[in-house]
Design a protein around this ligand. Structure first.
Ligand SMILES: NC(=O)c1ccc[n+]([C@@H]2O[C@H](COP(=O)([O-])OP(=O)(O)OC[C@H]3O[C@@H](n4cnc5c(N)ncnc54)[C@H](OP(=O)(O)O)[C@@H]3O)[C@@H](O)[C@H]2O)c1
Length: 270
């Protein structure tokens, strides 16, 4: 029997390699795309590109991770954020329907009603959050499926993600300011990837799914616990309060797919 072929977009990003590895571990044939790498090194927002890539790679499913995922980039270029995060998922869903699993974020919420389960209404505060919320809406309208992820962490050679960036700064002896009043449900990228790989072929499952981390914790607490897990001195961690109105204070997720490892186990692996 031929293997299920899955196209993973955003392969050069933080989550991409974790997702590809998790799908391969489940026996899938993985093909990849991103602007700067993968089997299709293309800008998927360019006219005609989605159709061309789907025809060339002929996937059974698409796990769509590609995004403009940095808040500051989206504030600087809302037009590109709209093309990438809002319109591209809609275009993919128009062609793929429920063969699309589109990845979104806890930052579609405003932070005033945590914990958020799948029934909660999106109310984004930032350009990033607005563009991702519109992407969800367009994907769902055309029959696609959506998974919301919380703050991700885990090893990354390029220092991306919540733990690798922190460890990188500490390794260079730089102080790190961490918010005491911003709460998330952080999840190891390998656990997120395993969850996504399970969900990819489940066309009959729920259309909107949350993959929360095991615990709610502040950025400050996360940093302290990461240091404790690895015997790192925490003297360079500096507690501070977030005042930015575009950063929601508590976007803790809840949902039907709870994490399978404790935060301590995940941090030991980060
Ligand atoms: N990281 C987190 O903590 C987190 C939390 C919740 C949700 N998410 C969501 O998870 C997904 C993956 O996040 P990530 O952290 O891996 O993001 P990332 O590291 O910023 O990677 C983004 C990826 O998207 C690709 N991309 C961007 N624009 C593209 C375009 N026009 N055409 C083709 N590829 C394009 C990038 O390719 P190039 O490298 O070539 O530009 C890169 O591979 C995103 O949808 C994000 O919103 C992430």
């Amino acid at each position: 029997m031929p293997k299920t072929r899955v196209l993973v977009t955003g392969i050069t990003g933080f989550l991409g390699p974790y997702a590809a590895a998790a799908l391969r571990a489940r026996g899938c044939d993985v093909v990849t795309a991103a602007r700067s790498g993968g089997d299709a090194p293309v800008d998927l927002t360019a006219p005609g590109m989605v159709a061309a890539v789907l025809e060339a790679l002929a996937p059974d499913f698409v796990l769509h991770l590609a995004a403009m995922a940095r808040l500051a980039d989206c504030e600087q270029d809302p037009g590109r954020a709209a093309r990438t995060n809002a319109r591209l998922p809609g275009e993919l869903a128009e062609r793929l329907g429920d063969r699309l699993l589109h990845v979104s974020t806890d930052l579609v919420f405003d932070g005033r009603g945590a914990p958020y389960d799948e029934g909660a209404a999106a109310a984004p505060l930032s350009v990033y959050g607005c563009s991702k919320a519109e992407g969800e809406e367009r994907a769902l309208r055309h029959g696609g499926r959506v998974v919301r992820l919380p703050l991700l962490f885990g090893p990354d050679a390029r220092g991306r993600g919540a733990s690798a960036s922190l460890r990188h700064a500490l390794g260079q002896g730089r102080p790190v300011a961490l918010f005491t009043n911003e709460y998330r449900t952080p999840l190891h990228a390998a656990d997120a990837a395993r969850g996504l790989a399970e969900l990819v072929p489940l066309r009959a499952g729920p259309r909107l799914v949350h993959l929360p981390g095991p615990e709610r914790c502040s950025r400050w607490e996360f940093g302290r616990r990461l240091c404790a897990a690895h015997g790192l001195g925490a003297a360079l961690l500096q507690p501070c309060e977030c005042q930015d109105p575009q950063r929601p204070r508590d976007v803790s997720l809840a949902g039907a797919f709870p994490a399978r490892r404790s935060l301590e186990q995940m941090l030991a692996d980060a």
